[in-house]
Design a protein around this ligand. Structure first.
Ligand code: KG4
Ligand code: ZN
Length: 351
């Protein structure tokens, strides 16, 4: 495939969860990226409160759009299209960015594109590796999703495996809550685990049995692991002070082992030489270290997005929108927000 050469300039809005983000990307170059996090507000409740998130997005989105244009030093004349995340996510939250993007598209006479949030996470790595091209395996690990995706071409995805219950990020958040570490759990467990011994507590990795015997090679399960940490914590609490760092390290090592094993199996079985990681859990230091090591041992390349583009941002949404725009995709102004939509159904977003 020839190297990517688009220079389309797209302004994108991302409001699927608790970050109000606006970015302008030209081709695969970020001209501006504004991220306003609501984490401090949701922390008080121990997780994201959807109604509060929607109201905060309404407050923040106008200012973030203006800041993105100012930071890129651009006027509306230079923008080729306007995009917004439309699925999956919190519907009320998605509606805020989607309505803003549609309104701007009408007012400024620009094409409008709805973007799938997970396609954005796949594209985050293109921002630092502009020559990256399919086919490759994408390990998608966010707060709501954990999937092993065969990226066959732009917009052409096959799901090879996924979690059957909790997402990897969700498991980090739930374990952090039961250890009283606050929200979001990933960064704090990652930090604490550095001081702990990952071999202290053997924990179940979680496997999906097949009816014919044996285990599914790519599907994962993290809810049993979370319950095992709960039981362990209850037992240890009766014995004195909790060895929080050792629990965090043992839990994190178990999640990472499950992800690395499956990612390597998918890449090898499908003869894919590159593994791209996307989503908030891509920021995890042990995952970064262990996947690099395993990939090297199996002669595979591994690409992680820059840290600032692992968690939710609009630069990755704009980057995905550039490819869709170049391929002729346009969304109708009647496009709605959807809480769930498979990556394999994104053609339904376009006319
Ligand atoms: O992609 P993202 O920002 O939002 C979703 O699309 O869900 O991912 C957020 C998730 C949260 O569950 C958070 O705990 C997790 O990513 N996360 C991490 C780390 N940083 C964020 N998990 C493990 N280690 C980290 N360093
Ligand atoms: Zn996300």
């Amino acid at each position: 495939m020839p190297p990517f050469s688009s220079s389309a300039t797209i302004l994108a809005i991302e409001t699927s969860c608790d970050e109000t983000a606006v970015a302008i990307v030209q081709g695969r170059q970020v001209l501006s990226s504004i991220v306003t996090s609501q984490i401090d507000i949701h922390r008080r409740y121990g997780g994201v409160v959807p109604e509060v998130a929607s109201r905060e997005h309404v407050q923040a989105v106008g200012g973030a759009i203006a800041q993105a244009l100012t930071a890129a030093n651009l006027s509306w004349n230079s923008i080729d299209a306007i995009a917004a995340t439309c699925a999956p996510g919190l519907v009320g939250a998605l509606m805020v960015g989607l309505s803003a993007a549609k309104t701007l598209a009408v007012v400024h006479h620009k094409p409008f594109l709805g973007i799938h949030h997970l396609e954005g996470h796949i594209y985050a790595s293109y921002l630092s590796e502009p020559t990256l091209a399919p086919p490759f395996l994408c390990l998608l690990v966010s707060g709501g999703h954990t999937s092993f995706v065969h990226v066959r071409g732009p917009g052409d995805y096959a799901i090879l495996g996924k979690t059957r219950d909790d997402a990897a990020g969700e498991a980090f958040d739930k374990v952090a809550r039961l250890l009283d570490l606050g929200y979001p759990g990933g960064p704090v467990i990652d930090r604490l685990a550095q001081q702990g011994n990952p071999q202290t507590f053997p924990l179940p990795e979680g496997k999906i049995s097949l009816p014919e015997g044996g285990f599914h090679p790519y599907d994962a399960s993290f809810s049993g692991l979370k319950t095992a940490v709960l039981r362990l914590t209850e037992k240890l609490r009766t014995q004195g002070e909790l060895p929080v760092a050792d629990i965090a390290a043992s839990f994190q090592a178990t999640v990472v082992r499950a992800l690395v094993k499956r990612a390597i199996a998918c890449a090898q079985d499908y003869k894919l030489t590159t593994i791209v990681v996307g989503g908030g859990v891509a920021a995890n230091s042990t995952l970064r270290e262990q996947l690099q090591l395993a990939a090297k041992a199996h002669d595979l390349n591994v690409i992680f997005p820059p840290m600032k583009y692992c968690t939710d941002n609009a630069a990755m949404i704009a980057c995905a929108a550039v490819d869709q725009f170049e391929n002729g995709a346009r969304s109708p102004l009647t496009l709605g927000a959807q809480s769930k939509l498979s990556l394999t159904d994104i053609a339904s977003l376009y006319q």
